[in-house]
Write a protein that binds this ligand. Structure first.
Ligand SMILES: C[S@@+](CC[C@H](N)C(=O)[O-])C[C@H]1O[C@@H](n2cnc3c(N)ncnc32)[C@H](O)[C@@H]1O
Length: 259
C-alpha cells in the first residue's frame, strides 16, 4: 500500500532526523527545524546527547541487568548505533520490537530490521496511545516472552504526550503484563532548561503538541518502578557523565525496575 508521507507538514521524526544530520526529511521539516533551533540553538547537541544516552541505557540493561527483550516505542529513523545493534553486541540472541507511528519511519523499517540471525527485530506501525494494540500485536506476541523481563523504552517521545494522566495510563498499561525485573527507560524534555522550554513552545507553534516536564514530573512517570542510580538526571549525567555542558542538554531521564 502506498504510504502518505504528507511532506508539506513538519513531522517530529523528520525534524529530529534533520537535526541529527540525517537525510530523511523534507523542506517543511527543515524550515521548522531552522526556526526551532533559532530559539533553542543547543538543540542539535542535546539530541546527540539523548541518542548517546539511549545507547548507554541499552548497553546497561543488556550487560548489567541481563535483559534480552526490548520494546522500544517512538524509535525514530535509523541512526547509528540503533538499539538492536547495542544489545545484540552484548547478546546476539536479543529480541527487539520497534514501534513508531510515523509513515517515513515505516518506509525505513526494513533498514531497522537487520537483526543478527540468532536474535530478532520486528517493526510495528502503531501509536503509543494504543497500548492494547501494541501488546496484542503479532509482532509483540511472537517476539517477546511475557514470562520474562522486558525493557520498555520511551526515549524522547513522552514530550509529545501532553496530558500527565494519559502518560501515566500509557506507562501503567505497557508495564502491566510484564514480570517484576522488567525495566522502564525514559527521556523527555526538561522544564529546567530555558532553551528546552523554548523548543517545546516552538514545536507547539508549528502544530506539534509538545511539553516540558520538571524532574518531579519525570520521576512521577516511573510509577510502580524503582529508579536505579543516579535517578532522574539530565541525560548527559546518566552513567557515565559525558563531557557536555549541562546548559546544552534539554532532556532528562532515567531507568526504573518494576517491583
Ligand atoms: C524525537 S524522536 C526520538 C527517536 C528515538 N527514540 C531517539 O531518542 O533517538 C520521536 C519519535 O517518536 C515518534 N512518535 C511521536 N509520537 C508518537 C506516538 N504517539 N506513537 C508512536 N510514536 C510516536 C516520532 O514519529 C519519532 O520517530
Amino acid at each position: 500500500m502506498p504510504v502518505d508521507l504528507n511532506t508539506s507538514v513538519p513531522h517530529s521524526a523528520r525534524i529530529y532526523d534533520f537535526l541529527l544530520g540525517g537525510k530523511d526529511n523534507f523542506e517543511a521539516d527543515r524550515q521548522a527545524a531552522a526556526a526551532i533551533v533559532e530559539s533553542s540553538p543547543s538543540l542539535p547537541i542535546s539530541m546527540r546527547a539523548n541518542r548517546q544516552y539511549m545507547a548507554r541505557v541499552a548497553h546497561y540493561l543488556a550487560a548489567e541487568r541481563g535483559i534480552r527483550q526490548f520494546l522500544d516505542i517512538g524509535t525514530g529513523l535509523p541512526t547509528s548505533p540503533n538499539l538492536h545493534e547495542v544489545v545484540q553486541a552484548v547478546d546476539p540472541q536479543s529480541r527487539i520490537v520497534y514501534v513508531d507511528n510515523d509513515p517515513i519511519v515505516l518506509v525505513h523499517a526494513r533498514a531497522l530490521l537487520t537483526s543478527l540471525p540468532a536474535g530478532s527485530t520486528a517493526y510495528l506501525d502503531a501509536d503509543l496511545q494504543d497500548v492494547e494494540t501494541i501488546l496484542t500485536s503479532s509482532e509483540v506476541k511472537q517476539s517477546l516472552d511475557f514470562s520474562r523481563p522486558v525493557s520498555i523504552s520511551l526515549i524522547a517521545v513522552l514530550q509529545f504526550i501532553i496530558d500527565e494522566d494519559e502518560a501515566h495510563r500509557i506507562i501503567d498499561g505497557l508495564l502491566a503484563p510484564f514480570p517484576a525485573g522488567s525495566t522502564l527507560a525514559i527521556s523527555t524534555v526538561t522544564a529546567h532548561n530555558p532553551q528546552a522550554v523554548a523548543a517545546a513552545a516552538s514545536y507547539r507553534a508549528r502544530g506539534i503538541a509538545a511539553k516540558e516536564r520538571t524532574d518531579d514530573e519525570v520521576r512521577a512517570l516511573f510509577r510502580d518502578t524503582e529508579l536505579v542510580d543516579p535517578g532522574v538526571v539530565l541525560v548527559n549525567r546518566w552513567r557515565p557523565a559525558e563531557e557536555i555542558d549541562d546548559s546544552h542538554v534539554q532532556m532528562s531521564g532515567g531507568v526504573g525496575v518494576k517491583r
